[in-house]
Design a protein around this ligand. Structure first.
Ligand code: CUA
Length: 181
């Protein structure tokens, strides 16, 4: 077969490197795709818009409604606001091995939401609600952090996630918030 790059390049060595770099790009792109599918990594959420300057006036993201809620099917929904420089509420408590849906909105700029060693990772883009579905198979305390540079306090923008035994149920964010203050 005739090398299609012969039309743009006469040099054998150069054409070989064109092929090598193309193949490398495809192999790496393919690996990223495979890894994303295998680890159940999601792109940043469904396209659901919200007015970031009026979060406190919305029903879902008003301060009193933030935190962990148990759904009728036993799964959990966690509503959070990311704002410079923290996540609210700052401590989230969820039961182990239970489907958890995070719904996160930014009150100001672009933030990230990432629980290391899990598939819970998303960008929190102002104007959109970010949604992540996950479950935590191991009990313990996890830190989760902002992984998008959002300003001088970015380094200290992190929060705590406590995965508790199932029987303990959820004590909701309010008690967690109380413990933290
Ligand atoms: Cu928020 Cu970095």
């Amino acid at each position: 077969m005739r090398d299609p790059f012969r039309a743009i390049c006469d040099d054998d060595l150069e054409r070989r490197w064109i092929w090598i770099s193309l193949i490398m790009a495809f192999v790496m792109g393919g690996l990223l795709g495979l890894y994303a599918v295998a680890s159940n990594i999601h792109p940043p959420s469904n396209v659901e818009t919200i007015d970031s300057t009026r979060l406190h006036l919305t029903e879902e993201f008003a301060e009193d409604n933030l935190g962990v809620k148990e759904n009728t099917d036993g799964s959990m929904t966690v509503t959070m606001v990311a704002a410079r420089y923290g996540f609210y509420p700052p401590v989230i408590e969820v039961p182990v091995n239970t489907p958890v849906k995070f719904r996160v909105a930014s009150a100001d700029v672009l933030h990230g939401f990432h629980v290391p060693f899990t598939n819970a990772a998303t960008m929190v883009v102002p104007g959109y609600i970010s949604e992540v579905n996950t479950a935590f198979p191991r009990e313990g305390e996890y830190s989760f952090l902002c992984n998008e540079y959002c300003g001088l306090g970015h380094d200290s923008m992190w929060s705590r996630l406590v995965v508790v035994p199932k029987s303990a149920g959820t004590t909701a964010a309010n008690s967690a918030r109380g413990n933290n203050s």
